[in-house]
Structures are given as C-alpha cells and as structure tokens.
Design a protein around this ligand. Structure first.
Ligand SMILES: *[C@@H]1O[C@H](CO)[C@@H](O)[C@H](O)[C@H]1NC(C)=O
Ligand SMILES: *[C@@H]1O[C@H](CO)[C@@H](O)[C@H](O)[C@H]1NC(C)=O
Ligand SMILES: [Zn+2]
Ligand SMILES: [Zn+2]
Length: 364
C-alpha cells in the first residue's frame, strides 16, 4: 500500500503532462528506468506510429553507457522500431493509418546532397540518428524504447501484411547492415560460396540471406558450441572453428565472399586468405583496428570493403525480400522491465539472436 501511495502521484503527474512513455538511461551507468517526454505533433510530411516492438542493438549499450562520450541524458535508445501508423500529415503519400511500418537507425537527412539524391541517406553528412541525434529543429532525438514516434515519411518503411512485427524490428538495423554489402558486392549469385564471421544478431541474418541467395554458407566462429545451431537451426552448410588450423587450411582460397560481423579485435590475414582470387570480404563490425599484410590483398587481388546500415531504397527492398522469401530473424521477445538484464546479456553475447522488446504489452 505504502509503495503505491508514494509512487502513484508522481507517475500520474508525469503521464498527464507528457504524451510519450519510455524507458531512459539517466547517466553513464546505463541503467534504464521509466521516463516520459513529449513528441512533436505530426507535420505535413510526418507519420506517427504506435510502437509495438523495438529490437535491442549493441548501439543501445554503447550510447546508454556513454562509450562514445557524446551521450545526452536522459537517453531513450532503440533504432529497430516496428509499429502501426496512427496518424499521417496532409502531404504523406506512402502511408495511411493502420499500416505496419519500420523505422531504423536514422530519422532525417539533408535530402539535398549527392548521397541523399542517390538514396544513400545513410552516408549523408547531416543524417540524424534515431536516438541521441540532434534533429534539424534542435531537439535531441529519442528512440524506440517508447510508446510512439513521429518521423518524416521518407525514413519509414512499409512492413508487408502478414510479416510479424516482432521479427520485422531487427530488420531495420541488423538486417540492412548485412544486406547492403551483400547486394553491393553481388553476393546474390546461386552456387557461389560465403563465409560468415561471427554468429550474433548480424551474423545470423547474413547466414539467412546467404541461403536465400543460393550460396554455400560456411560459418566461421571462435566457439565450437555454435555448430549445431548454425547448421540445424540457421541452415548453414558448413561450420569451422577459426582457431582450428587444419580446418582453416582446408578452406584456403575457397570462398567467393565473406561477411565479417565480428566487432572484437581479430586478425584479418587468416580470413582474407580464405577468399578466392578476386574474392570480397565485407566488413560490417567495428573492431578496434584493422591490420592486413598487403600481400594478402594484392597477390589474391582481393577486396576488403566497409559498410554501415543502408539507404532508404535498399532498406525497403530488404524488408520486401525478407517477406517474399520468409526470412525471419530469430528473436527473444522481452518486456521493457527486463531491459537492464537483457543489455547485460547482450554484452556477454548471451542472446539467440536478437532481443526484441514487446513495447505494446510493456506499457499497459
Ligand atoms: C504531445 O505533446 C506535444 C507538446 O505539448 C504536442 O505538440 C503534441 O501534439 C502532442 N502529441 C500528441 C499525440 O498528443
Ligand atoms: C559447401 O562448401 C564446403 C566447404 O568448401 C564443402 O565441404 C561442401 O561440400 C559444400 N556443400 C555444398 C552443398 O556444395
Ligand atoms: Zn543497430
Ligand atoms: Zn544529404
């Protein structure tokens, strides 16, 4: 009784004055707790969505804990958003109330530079992160660990009917992060071979895309414990423990492509050596440093390329591709009050393969 008597008045006052409920980190401890704030009213080109789900990305750990030294508190993380449209501005053409929509890692860009004009908004120098970014009106953006969001329609993606919203959420970051370089390097050629380094949120999607493209997929992992799931759950053709010199030797010069999702520091030469002549390794993780012997690249005429998320056109294509090919991320759905444990488990790589917050049933 006392608990309610003390807590309820404050909470009621907050929710009366603010129209968006959320969970936020308040300092670099990164511990999240309930928070509320106001979202803007829809402008003529905005879409407002009731958020049903939000995926949990490692970026959420990085910014709630101020690992990039630029966090603004209170900080509402979350950039793998799925929801239902509740309202659209008068000029919105692509969306209507009731539509299922995803929002990813950015919610604005200049819409005027070469990159924006080529629908590579993710490379616009003025692109605005979905959370902890500064929007053009000066407000600090707040992410998807919240009940609704208002976004310019250009940065919203249609989720096809029937695609589950909990599984759609991780497509908006994890999915597009691996899909973009795979398409750019023409990895969608049946019969070719793909190596996937790391089997987390990104890696498991690379395996699924690889199989959908008709590739022979080898998972390269530091841990033998992932073999069974890589092959029997995710459908990989082959599994190699990267510390096993014999297996690595056997794979040398055999792969057409590699997607490297590992963010921890790791050597590059042993992996690049697995590529055939003119093979390509696409880096999507953020190791502390990349060291490569020039001979590994030059003698094999190999390519090492970088990538980060994807543009609006590729993102919509990727979501449509997932729906058409029944590609679904493997998710562990949680309620928001489990988020602090979930972030800790994510740090310890204890998730198969993406946490997704059921926002809808967390804020009742
Ligand atoms: C939320 O509050 C802001 C600021 O008062 C207001 O402009 C906006 O219209 C409100 N939105 C909703 C959906 O009530
Ligand atoms: C896939 O590649 C591995 C490693 O080269 C090979 O052992 C296996 O036979 C291939 N599988 C298919 C179906 O081609
Ligand atoms: Zn992310
Ligand atoms: Zn731009």
């Amino acid at each position: 009784m006392l608990f309610f008597a003390v807590l309820l008045p404050g909470m009621a006052a907050e929710s009366e004055s603010c129209n968006c409920s959320a969970w936020a980190a308040n300092d670099p401890s990164g511990v999240l707790s309930p928070h509320s704030f106001n979202r803007r009213a829809v402008r003529h080109d905005d879409v407002s969505l009731r958020i049903t789900h939000c995926g949990v990305c490692y970026a959420d750990v990085q910014w709630t804990r101020n690992l990039h030294h630029d966090s603004v508190y209170p900080l509402v993380p979350g950039h793998e958003i799925a929801g239902v449209v509740t309202e659209v501005g008068s000029d919105v053409k692509g969306f209507k109330p009731g539509d299922h929509v995803a929002v990813g890692t950015y919610i604005n860009s200049c819409r005027d530079c070469d990159n924006c004009n080529n629908l590579l908004e993710n490379h616009c120098s003025n692109f605005v992160f979905t959370f902890n970014g500064v929007d053009t009106d000066g407000t600090v953006t707040k992410g998807g660990y919240s009940t609704h969001i208002v976004v310019h329609e250009r940065y919203c993606y249609k989720i096809p009917d029937g695609y589950p919203l909990d599984k759609a959420a991780p497509l908006a970051c994890a999915g597009i992060t691996v899909y973009t370089p795979m398409i750019r390097h023409n990895m969608n050629q049946p019969g070719k071979s793909l190596g996937v380094i790391g089997l987390g949120g990104l890696g498991h999607m690379a395996v699924k895309f690889g199989k959908a493209f008709g590739l022979n997929v080898t998972v390269l992992s530091t841990s033998e414990s992932k073999r069974d799931e890589a092959i029997n759950l995710l459908g990989a053709d082959n599994f190699v423990v990267s510390s096993d010199k014999n297996q690595m030797e056997f794979l040398k010069n055999s792969l057409d492509f590699i997607v490297d999702t590992a963010s921890g520091d790791h050597p590059f030469d042993p992996y690049l050596a697995l590529l055939k002549v003119r093979g390509t390794m696409a880096l999507v993780g953020f190791p502390g440093e990349i060291r490569v012997h020039p001979a590994t690249l030059n003698l094999g005429a190999r390519t090492l390329s970088g990538s980060v998320v994807g543009g609006t056109k590729d993102t919509q294509e990727m979501i449509n591709f997932c729906a058409a090919n029944r590609i679904y991320p493997n998710v562990e759905v949680i309620k928001i009050d489990y988020i602090n444990e979930a972030l800790e488990r994510l740090v310890n790589r204890d998730v198969k393969y993406r946490f997704v917050i059921d926002i809808e049933s967390s804020f009742k």
